[in-house]
Design a protein around this ligand. Structure first.
Ligand code: PHE
Length: 345
């Protein structure tokens, strides 16, 4: 009985000092383990005279219950503390300002496509996609460029096989769109994309961007072409932009024109960029050749149309004041970042 009272004291003394679940577990072993203090006195019951056995047994149970009660209490407390500590450590202050995430900017080449698309879509045009790998048929024959024509010279065109090539112009969209229009009704499309030519020197790149335009309907005239391109130039580059048409030649248009815009740098006064002329050539255009209409399934006696093609790189240089075409292709982050800022303006 004395031993039991002693154990009670040890329990109270030791349990008060427990600081962690590990320590608590050690105490469980100390009291209730195989050689534990309570286990030990429990084993003594055999030696107790029969008349005291009951009382002794109750005392042992009492001390066991005491231990278990205190044990549970401390265990709960320590576990709660542990969870609270963890919650505190892992708490996220959602009111803190976040780190600024670095984002890219829209590349000027894509940006000019978006602007040109918006402009023509607002005038009722559809935007069509073309393939960069084309056939000789659609890149040349259907555009009234027969075999042996200098425009398909192997010096200009990347041929993949005799039949397949990298398109040298987005005019391929003319032939495709006319053919795909099953009702042979009116057409109003633009087709932006990359084209390829086998020349690269200081002013030419083997890959560059073009946007094609095609309108086919009854009573379309050169005046419609002129008006459309004037609106396009002024809306894209500003009301002060002047447009000049010069006679020219393309196999797929008749008559053909070349279109100049007043120099974006000097406004037409004359500078190094425009070679003192005040003008910069940006567009080829004309009335769709009757042969091209016919090959597209349209009757040139009923339908007429105009087409134009312009270099996207040049337009981007005009629009964003880019002094050197190489900036568009070298992906210098310092240059591209400039466009980031323009986004915010
Ligand atoms: N495809 C011509 C070029 O690449 C441009 C053009 C398009 C001219 C449509 C007339 C009509 O130079």
């Amino acid at each position: 009985m004395e031993r039991i009272e002693e154990i009670k004291k040890v329990i109270e003394e030791k349990m008060n000092k427990v600081n962690s679940l590990e320590e608590l577990n050690d105490l469980k072993v100390l009291f209730l383990g195989k050689k534990g203090l309570i286990t030990e006195v429990q084993g003594m019951i055999k030696e107790i005279p029969n008349d005291s056995k009951k009382e002794f047994g109750m005392k042992v149970n009492e001390v066991r219950t005491l231990f278990n009660t205190i044990y549970e209490e401390i265990k709960n407390k320590l576990e709660e503390e542990k969870i609270n500590k963890k919650l505190k450590e892992e708490a996220i202050d959602i009111t803190l300002p976040s780190e600024k995430i670095e984002t890219g900017s829209i590349h000027p080449f894509n940006r000019i496509i978006m602007e040109v698309e918006d402009l023509f879509v607002s005038m009722g045009y559809d935007v069509v996609d073309g393939n960069e790998i084309e056939t000789d048929e659609y890149c040349f024959k259907r555009l009234n460029v027969p075999d042996g024509h200098p425009a398909r010279d192997s010096q200009d065109t990347f041929y993949i096989t005799e039949e397949y090539l990298l398109r040298t112009q987005t005019s391929t969209a003319q032939a495709h769109t006319m053919e795909e229009n099953k009702e042979k009704g009116p057409i109003r499309i633009i087709c932006p994309g990359k084209v390829y030519r086998r020349d690269d020197d200081a002013t030419h790149s083997h890959q560059f961007g073009q946007v094609e335009g095609l309108v086919v309907d009854k009573d379309i005239s050169l005046a419609d072409l002129k008006g459309t391109l004037e609106i396009f130039a002024k809306r894209l580059l500003g009301e002060n932009t002047k447009v000049r048409f010069r006679p020219s030649y393309f196999p797929f248009t008749e008559p053909s024109v070349e279109v100049d815009l007043s120099c974006f740098k000097c406004g037409g006064k004359g500078c190094a960029l425009c070679k003192q002329t005040g003008w910069i050539e940006v567009l080829g255009a004309g009335m769709v050749h009757p042969n091209v209409l016919r090959m597209g399934g349209y009757d040139p006696e009923v339908y007429t149309g105009f087409a134009f093609g312009t270099g996207l790189d040049r337009l981007a240089m005009f629009k964003y004041n880019i002094p050197d075409i190489r900036y568009l292709y070298t992906n210098d982050v310092r240059f591209l970042k400039e466009f980031d800022r323009k986004d915010e303006e």
